[in-house]
Write a protein that binds this ligand. Sequence first.
Ligand SMILES: *Cc1c(COP(=O)(O)O)cnc(C)c1O
Length: 380
Amino acid sequence: MASNSIPMCDLLSQYRMIQPEIEAAIARVLNSGQVINGPEVTAFEEEIAPACGSKFAVGCGSGTDAILLALAALQIGPGDEVILPPFTFFATVGSICRIGATPVFADIDPVTYNLSPEEVAKKITSRTKAIMPVHLYGQCADMAPLQDLAQSHNLHIIEDAAQSFGAEYQGRRCGGMGTIGSFSFYPSKNLGTYGDAGLCTTNSPELASRMKTLRNHGMEPKYFHKMIGWNARIDAIHAAILRVKLKYIEQWTVQRQAVAARYDEIIQNYRLNSYLDSPVAAPNRRHVWNQYVIRVADRDGLVAHLKANQIGCEIYYPLPLHLQECMQFLGHTPGDFPVSEAAARHVLALPMYPELSESLQVRVIESCSAFLRTTIRRAA
Ligand SMILES: *Cc1c(COP(=O)(O)O)cnc(C)c1O
């Protein structure tokens, strides 16, 4: 990348800071001779569970595996419906389909981009087994009304917390508010490893034990298979890397919050509030700023301008799930989820990482300003 470019995310500068500890952790695993399961994984699970507000944590191969394990452990399958937002990463809906259940979309809130409890209420049927809120961009969904709905209809909540490690709702950590929580440690997530890994959290000892069996081919004891599981294990190397990163995650979260506050301030200083909408942290929530997502009328024009100026940006997500080619079998058409469709047209994530400096942020906003002031349309 050119020297004056600004990346979306900067994994190397964080690595440089903790390099000796990371390399020592990897060496410890290699020297132990135990690279699958074992004490490193157990220690990781014990250390991370409280940070997810949960009694138990089960490491696994990816965030996608975590969602699959949650659904499998709850014995959700053919004939069952799971309610989710259409505005999320594909893995949320892909996992529901892979397990044989039917995804049922409910539209999102236009301000937080998270599942709208009112829309969920309209989608509950006698076949509904679970609600799957996604805590998008680092902020929790509105859990209290969702928990009320789940309780009164006897449904499970599976929290897709892949983007929100450490986020809180009314003082409670995400991952511990539903029946099961799922996390991803994909490198670009706010807590990420150097490869693929994921995690399930729960307060139920039975579900934790079932997920541990399922991630290892449903095997208990060796070569005797109780359930049809698969290989969804976490590598010991990733557990060791994440144990190092866990010591820094609170500090990195505070830095992300400072970066977000500075963006807000710079946007105000440039008087851009009539040209773009800054992201909103809803009350009673701890936002961990996995992404800083603005909303603009001519989003695609702004993307082209930023790219031309070597400023990283990303669209999470350009096409809602109900309009994806592989979801045509559900029979949806444009207009079915207007809030998600509008979000897909107008959102844009700006560079966000703990080490992002104020001077680079000023350059990002300056560049946005130069483009937006040449257009007259207000943010949609
Ligand atoms: C990243 C992500 C996943 C999938 O995680 P992987 O580790 O890439 O499998 C699932 N849901 C959401 C919302 C995500 O952002």
